[in-house]
Design a protein around this ligand. Structure first.
Ligand code: NAG
Ligand code: NAG
Ligand code: NAG
Ligand code: ZN
Length: 467
């Protein structure tokens, strides 16, 4: 149980001044996106709320009271998608109502063959056109992502309050230094240019199951295919000289795949680049090839690993290449791992998450979209500057598509950003669809390579290296 009956819930636009109230900051359950606005969820005591409610900030808070004990809170949000993808039938009211029907009626066959048996227990605590906060049972929370309309995503809130941490000047200091002293490096250019598109094509066909020799049907976090993919990724990256570990974080979920290259000089810092290898299909289908979301980010990480080996790159900082699981259920794998790194007091100098790199709307140029709302400005700027140097073929802009695994690191006070396939909202018609394959119109390996070059250049510049 995380909310008692009659417990108070606040949803309020994020403002660091909230944390000046110690009774509020000790009831903070994280930040969540609602149509580009970042909201904080808090579960304060009545007395705390009363003392705060006269503040100006309190005027924009949405307040609700749980009518019954709540086992789990789940945040639902509509992703920023291109208007063309939102047809009449996908109006919020219709989609959301049919979704509520699905979670309230048993006998719904899920991808993993489980049947929802429990009676309806949900409560709507906050609802706008683009987001909702629901109280549900623990069982519903586990499977809710498989019942969502396709442009919606869900995040299970943590069961305990989380500590708010700003990404402060001490943690962004090193990236800032790299940014201020940045010069084009012809050796970096010669390394990143050799990322291999034919290799990426083979890799994605295995991960998506398009290769007839691949046993993978789905990489949904609870699927057999996700475990197959995890072992395969571990083996492939280990072949490049890294040490990899399958890192379990929650029962029933496939593990994170965490690969490390040690520094060849004495160093206490780590640079981390990542993607999520889990996927989602369409409602009612067991197939979840996820070639774009996020097979494309996963093959970019793998392509970087393969190039590290081919070129004999040795780093002057510790480097981690990570493929997360549980992203589609609300950043589960990365939340666990970033919390672990914080507990270890890791000196994480930079994180870049690659989530959806491949889709290019016909007629549009090769693009790279940087996050509008969730990203550390210094890291985002470094990535933009590196793109101009190493991938001038990219048109760089911003995207409202947000909230991938980099958010977990920002929540822990680590400097992080994301790279995305488009300037503007999601336009991939196969987003969260069983048709998300690599052999289709718009899936562009040149764009995956161009963005991968930028991630790799950031890694080389920030970690430092020798050949
Ligand atoms: C919150 O505290 C910080 C210092 O910790 C201060 O700079 C800021 O002005 C305070 N904000 C409000 C709204 O009280
Ligand atoms: C980490 O290394 C830097 C030099 O690269 C040094 O200034 C710093 O004190 C070291 N920190 C720790 C905790 O050892
Ligand atoms: C973290 O690593 C960077 C880069 O090596 C270094 O400059 C900085 O001093 C380190 N910080 C700490 C707290 O050790
Ligand atoms: Zn994704």
């Amino acid at each position: 149980m995380i909310v008692p009956a009659f417990g108070l819930l606040l949803v309020t636009p994020f403002d660091s001044a909230l944390f000046n109230y110690s009774c509020l900051s000790s009831s903070f359950y994280g930040n969540y996106n609602d149509g580009g606005i970042i909201n904080s969820v808090l579960l304060p005591e009545q007395s705390c709320f009363d003392s705060w409610s006269s503040q100006t900030l309190a005027q924009s808070a949405s307040i609700s009271v749980a009518t019954q004990e709540i086992q789990q809170l789940v945040w639902l949000e509509q992703e920023a998608v291109d208007i063309q993808l939102l047809t009449e039938t996908r109006s919020f009211v219709n989609e959301f109502d049919s979704f509520l029907q699905r979670i309230s009626h048993p006998q719904v066959e899920l991808e993993n063959q489980a049947i929802l048996k429990q009676d309806l227990v949900y409560e709507i605590l906050y609802r706008t056109r683009t987001a909702a906060l629901l109280g549900v049972t623990s069982d519903t929370a586990r499977t809710i992502d498989t019942l969502l309309p396709c442009f919606w995503k869900s995040t299970i809130l943590p069961s305990l309050p989380v500590k708010f941490r700003d990404v402060d000047a001490s943690s962004t200091g090193y990236v800032k230094h790299v940014l201020e002293t940045l010069k084009p490096d012809p050796i970096v250019a010669s390394i990143v240019d050799t990322i291999s598109i034919p290799q990426m094509k083979n890799d994605i066909r295995y991960l998506s199951g398009e290769d007839s020799a691949s046993p993978i049907i789905s990489r949904h976090s609870f699927s057999e295919g996700a475990l197959t993919a995890a072992h395969w990724l571990k083996d492939r990256v280990e072949e490049t000289g890294a040490t990899c570990e399958l890192w379990p974080f929650l029962t029933g979920f496939a593990p994170n795949v965490i690969c490390r290259y040690g520094s060849v000089v004495s160093s206490n810092s780590t640079v981390l680049i990542s993607a999520h290898y889990d996927s989602r299909g369409s409602f009612g289908s067991t197939r979840a090839p996820g070639a774009d979301d996020d097979g494309s980010g996963t093959i970019s990480i793998l392509a970087i690993a393969r190039t590290i080996a081919r070129k004999g790159v040795k780093f002057h900082s510790n480097v981690e290449l990570v493929a997360f699981a549980g992203e589609e259920q609300g950043l589960r794998g990365s939340r666990a791992y970033s919390r672990h790194l914080r507990e270890q007091d890791a000196n994480l100098t930079m994180v870049i998450q690659a989530d959806m790199l491949a889709y290019r709307k016909p007629g549009e140029p090769l693009q790279m979209g940087m996050p509008e709302s969730i990203g550390t400005p210094e890291v985002t700027q470094l990535v933009v500057d590196l793109a101009a140097i190493y991938s001038p073929e990219l048109t760089v802009g911003t995207s409202p598509a947000c909230c991938s695994d980099h958010q977990s690191f920002i929540e822990q006070g680590f400097p992080a950003t994301q790279v995305f396939e488009r300037n503007g909202p999601i336009a991939d018609p196969m987003y969260h669809n069983s048709g998300d394959l690599s052999s289709r119109e718009g899936y562009d390996f040149e764009q995956v390579k161009a963005i991968s070059k930028v991630q790799f250049a950031a890694l080389l510049h920030v970690a430092g290296f020798e050949l």
